[in-house]
Design a protein around this ligand. Structure first.
Ligand SMILES: [Zn+2]
Length: 64
């Protein structure tokens, strides 16, 4: 897969994901969470797919 990545002036200014029709703000994480293993996050600026691990903002790492 050839992923162009984020094209914003500041890469990945913010991330969002949609899980079961609910939109959540997320942030990059050092390791995958159960949610990030199943769902892709997207850049809020250009909607590029963020393929790395992420976690929900404000959520405990294991409860993402
Ligand atoms: Zn972007």
């Amino acid at each position: 897969m050839n992923d162009p990545g984020c094209t914003c002036p500041t890469p990945w200014p913010a991330l969002t994901t949609v899980i079961e029709e609910h939109r959540y703000a997320v942030e990059p994480a050092p390791v995958h969470t159960p949610a990030s293993a199943l769902y892709l996050a997207h850049c809020t600026g250009c909607d590029a797919r963020y393929t790395g691990p992420w976690r929900r903002l404000g959520a405990p790492p294991r409860a993402a």
